[in-house]
Design a protein around this ligand. Structure first.
Ligand SMILES: Cc1cc2nc3c(=O)[nH]c(=O)nc-3n(C[C@H](O)[C@H](O)[C@H](O)COP(=O)(O)OP(=O)(O)OC[C@H]3O[C@@H](n4cnc5c(N)ncnc54)[C@H](O)[C@@H]3O)c2cc1C
Length: 258
């Protein structure tokens, strides 16, 4: 099962409403051609701090303006725009690392208590197939674990027969699946919706996308960045991704390497 990152939501800048506001204050705004909605939103929010419109507007383009905000450390302005991603084909090990990010992130993940995992797939680590004996051991363990899960579910019943006072069918089912899921591996495939703002995503890409040994995170980060550079080239100007020597994508900071 391979990683897929679907971009399912984004902040929408109501530029007409913003321009109405500027007009009401007799202010004009020279906008950059081809700037994306999210890039324009950040520029507009930043310019509000100094009302740098009309005669007070510097000749900076949208890209130059946002780069200046970032270089100066005025990054709270980036928190106004966010994106929502539906991620699938990702291991529970990787999402465990993902959900450690507390600031500017929101998560909704497939429950192993409410969802029956009898048909769970496992996410094979990148590069394992180059080592046939290791790959075979991995496949065997994944298969045996899935069988154990099913046995535990079968042996503990359906929950319908539960007579224990205070524990209804639904809670008994939760208890059964909790017992069974305790055997599931870190490799168990999961699905998660993640919403994050631009500042948080820049921090994430910086600390997570660039670690050579963390191949699944590198792939996730590269896929996120592919969407983000398309959405907001000005905000993510200093990040890029390339294929690393091991044949797997890696994120890097453009200016740090220059
Ligand atoms: C290479 C690597 C190895 C790691 N190894 C381990 C490990 O062995 N064990 C482990 O438990 N975790 C490990 N982690 C996870 C790491 O400790 C962080 O929990 C995770 O990367 C989230 O980073 P963060 O706190 O910067 O992000 P966020 O939670 O999104 O926070 C963003 C930023 O907000 C600020 N912030 C957030 N909360 C606070 C706070 N309470 N007080 C002050 N400032 C705050 C900080 O500046 C922080 O960088 C590892 C991470 C990496 C990248």
């Amino acid at each position: 099962m391979s990683l897929k990152v679907h971009l399912i939501g984004r902040t929408v800048f109501d530029v007409e409403s913003f321009i109405n506001f500027l007009s009401a204050h007799s202010l004009g705004w020279r906008r950059s051609e081809n700037a994306s909605g999210t890039d324009e939103f950040v520029e507009a929010a930043g310019r509000i701090c100094y009302l740098s419109f009309g005669r007070n507007q510097s000749p900076k383009s949208n890209a130059e303006y946002i780069r200046h905000l970032i270089v100066e450390g005025h990054e709270s302005v980036l928190e106004h725009v966010s994106w929502s991603f539906l991620i699938e084909g990702i291991s529970r090990a990787c999402t465990h690392q993902l959900v450690r990010h507390r600031v500017g992130f929101s998560f909704s993940q497939l429950s192993q208590q409410y969802h029956d995992e009898s048909d769970v797939q496992c996410v094979e680590p990148y590069g394992l197939d180059a080592y046939p004996a290791a790959a075979a051991a991995w496949s065997t363990a994944a298969k045996v674990t899935k069988e154990a899960y099913r046995t535990i579910i079968d042996e503990l019943g359906t929950g319908e027969e539960c007579q224990t006072p205070g524990i209804g069918h639904r809670e008994r089912l939760r208890a059964i699946r909790s017992a069974a899921r305790s055997i599931l591996p870190n490799a168990a495939e999961t699905k998660i919706v993640m919403t994050a703002n631009a500042r948080a995503l820049r921090h994430f890409l910086n600390v997570r996308g660039t670690i050579p040994g963390d191949t699944e995170m590198r792939c996730l980060s590269s896929e996120l960045l592919r969407h983000l550079k398309n959405e907001s080239p000005s905000i993510f100007f200093d990040f890029d991704s390339r294929i690393h020597l091991d044949g797997i994508p890696i994120v890097y900071r453009v200016e740090k390497e220059a």
